[in-house]
Design a protein around this ligand. Structure first.
Ligand SMILES: [Zn+2]
Length: 312
């Protein structure tokens, strides 16, 4: 076994034991399994968060139906629809945004389409859902999803819409956690939903296998922070509600580690060397085990080395 394959095997084994924010290895499509009760948290009169069904699902209530941001995992889609139905207008899911392609954020798409909902996402998310994907850091192949799971409407840059009188802004965050990340901002409610660009309690995932990269994560967190104020509540892809200070803390960490890791790469170091050099040490008490982050940061920086040479 090559040292590279052995190292990846260690990462995958390690990731299985960590609270990895996305693409939890235990997830599998096609299984319908009832689990622990989902948690419904009201944020405002009109907004709620449902957690426990894969990634966080944000629900905006209107008199004639609801809008969701993300659709959870397939195995919990029945539970999710039941939880949504307890909220005002929740028996009629009209619109769903997908923040990115990962299955714990799009797994309920088929169930939502069956209720007649339209699904909005970045075009790259639609493309990923329609193709086979090899995720190296998980040693896992994701099969194409059936057409019923694909977004019905896609966009490339940004947009605005109104849902039951509530203004909604959404936009693309180029090549960050994946290459199809979007945010949804409920400006009137002052609630931002950035998907997994904001991580809680562990280093963010950079899914370089679908063209996420460290520099894009750094840019995305800076851009999002510029759209909000100190009272904005941020619902991350996983975990509890955060604030602007949390987003800025992640941005500072990402920007610093981009420099640190790149300079070590220029010395000829590979991922195991950078981990052994404890390059992330001062951030580890906050962000946890850095191994997967360093591996994916390295791979993503390597892919973007031309543009970094001009900036660092
Ligand atoms: Zn994700």
């Amino acid at each position: 076994m090559s040292s590279r394959r052995r190292f990846l095997g260690t990462l995958v084994g390690g990731a299985a034991g960590l609270a990895v924010p996305c693409l939890t290895p235990a997830m599998a499509l096609g299984r319908s399994r009832r689990g622990a009760p989902l948690q419904v948290t009201r944020l405002t009169d009109r907004l709620a968060v449902i957690s426990g069904a894969g990634g966080n699902v944000v629900v905006l209530s209107g008199p004639d139906g609801v809008l969701l941001v993300d659709s959870g995992s397939m195995e919990r889609s029945r539970d999710l629809l039941e939880a949504v139905a307890t909220l005002p207008g929740g028996r009629n899911v009209r619109t769903v945004f997908n923040t990115h392609w990962h299955w714990d954020h799009t797994g309920g798409n088929e169930a939502m389409r069956k209720t007649g909902a339209r699904i909005i996402a970045h075009e790259n998310t639609r493309l990923w859902l329609g193709t086979q994907i090899w995720v190296e850091w998980q040693n896992r192949t994701y099969a194409p999803r059936p057409q019923q799971a694909w977004p019905t409407e896609t966009f490339y840059t940004s947009g605005k819409m109104d849902f039951a009188g509530e203004p909604i802004e959404y936009g693309y965050l180029p090549q960050a956690h994946t290459d199809g990340d979007i945010y949804v901002y409920f400006r009137g409610q002052n609630v931002l939903v950035p998907g997994c660009v904001l991580a809680v309690g562990s280093y963010p995932i950079i899914d370089y296998c679908t063209d996420g990269w460290l520099g894009g994560m750094s840019d995305a967190t800076r851009e999002l922070a510029g759209k909000i104020d100190d009272k904005t509540r941020i619902v991350p892809g996983m975990g509890p509600v955060q604030g602007k200070a949390d987003l800025l803390a992640e941005h500072a960490m990402l920007a610093d580690l981009q420099n640190v890791i790149w300079r070590l790469m220029l010395k000829g170091m590979g991922t195991p060397d950078i981990i052994a050099a404890h390059a992330t040490q001062k951030y580890d008490p906050t962000w946890g085990n850095p191994d997967l982050f360093v591996h994916s940061a390295y791979r993503s920086l390597y892919a973007h080395c031309r543009e970094i040479r001009g900036a660092v």
